[in-house]
Design a protein. Sequence first.
Length: 267
Amino acid sequence: EGVTAGKGNTDGVATTTTATAAVASCQYRCIECNQEANELYRDYNHGVLKITICKSCQKPVDKYIEYDPVIILINAILCKAQAYRHILFNTKINMHGKLCIFCLLCEAYLRWWQLQDSNQNTDPDDFIRYAKEWDFYRMFAIASLEQTAFFIGIFTFLWVVRPMTAEKKPNFVLLLKALLLSSYGKLLLIPAVIWEHDYTPLCLRLIKVFVLTSNFQAIRVTLNINRKLSLLAILSGLLLESTMVYFFQRIEWDIGSDCAVYKPQDF
């Protein structure tokens, strides 16, 4: 979709005011230097394409428009800033909400699985289907609240340091979409649980680190800020999320975790 959207005008006809306004409102970004660009490539008919060269860094605005999606995905998994800029600025992805819900379902299932594993009982009355179903809904609600707290912590920190982070007002809507997309690593929770192994707790911790690393890169790329501020934003989100976890523990809710199984004797 990003390739189609980045097509330039080559027919030599004078551009109307409406068309000019449309082009001006549809800004892309150079994946190398993050400068704005009006187009990604020009189509000279008969399948002849010429990638636009960035006026700032003199490099192709977006080399990924010629890459296979699998290569782009691999570069995104490696947390390359260029791949993140291509995905966030130069493509049209409208699956943020669906991806968020699916990730929360994965995390809720993991917590529910840990809760059932830590509360094993041979009494048949404890295996009533609707009771377990409500446990899953509770885990989904808790996972949603914790993720919301994590995002609020990030946005609060960035709002406080906003005068130091950017020359213009940051786009927090775009940042939210970037954070939702960069949380795709949570989808790995399900395979980690299905193929249960002695190293499953370690895998869950590594998945958590990968998700935080992706969030860190998404913040840095979206707002074009340095690594220090991005790291502090992530730590602020983790602090508020940990506060939420502590609150749930104090009211004696079995909330589970993506790193360890909480048991009554742990409190």
